[in-house]
Design a protein around this ligand. Sequence first.
Ligand SMILES: [Zn+2]
Length: 305
Amino acid sequence: MSWPWISHSVLLRECLLTGYIVAKSPLRVGVGREAPLGSPVDLAVARVRLNGRSVPYIPGSSLKGVFRSVAIQLARAKGLRVCSGLSRGTCMDAEYAAGETLLEHIESLLREGLTSEALRDFSERACLLCKIFGAPSFSGHVSFSDAYPVNESGEVLEVLTGVRAGIAIDRRTGAAYPGALYHVEYVEPGSRFRFSIISTNLPNYAIGLLAKVLRMVHQGWVRLGGFKTRGFGEVSVEGLRFAARGVTVDVEGLRLLKLDGFDEDVDLGGLASESEGWLRCEGDKAWECLARFEEVWERAKLAQG
Ligand SMILES: [Zn+2]
């Protein structure tokens, strides 16, 4: 098996997915350490300063986490062996040889300047998701920007927030903690966050995997943020745009990545058109484009690779 796209040294193609994540239910995406129980708002939404105002946003790292965890389920459903992606649970943490992890092996090759050997051994041992999303010492081929409440001209959009009270329950006894009232901040339905997902060198089936996750988010199968069991986190995707460029992209669509063995051409004739060096489409047509990549993902017999 060959993975011609693993290296970052040649830019074969670049794909851009942009649009708005729109809250359909209350949405709470927090960040880092939470405030201690008992403060006025114990669980605040993540905020960023934009144009002098502090506004809620969705960190790119949080979107990436959601995409990877759904991709794990989809890949496993296809019979593909993939790692958990959690810290100390990636393919890099697995044993390469007696007493040596793959990460230690790769790092020792890199110290000796053996870059192509390091890439070869990573390609052979790491799972598809470590290749797409990255692993320690290997930057992946997709990046998720922070999603800010801004329009296309960069103007900040209004985001209404609310606070809901809850009672902290001891998981062991099922009883409420004494004085265990806490407050969860959330953004109100209708809030819009502009996102962008940029991938480089991904074969068409891997673009299809990302597309499938995005569609599941859009259709409400996948929720974002916390308190999902209480109905939080349902969103849709609006104003979707797809754009691609590179040596494997032409007016008819995206060529398969040669040598990969699993990839197929994706024909976008009649859906996408070229402007300013990018093959682009938007709205319903962008979803139709993504459906063609999703079909390649569905057909790819990766588990036999
Ligand atoms: Zn892995």
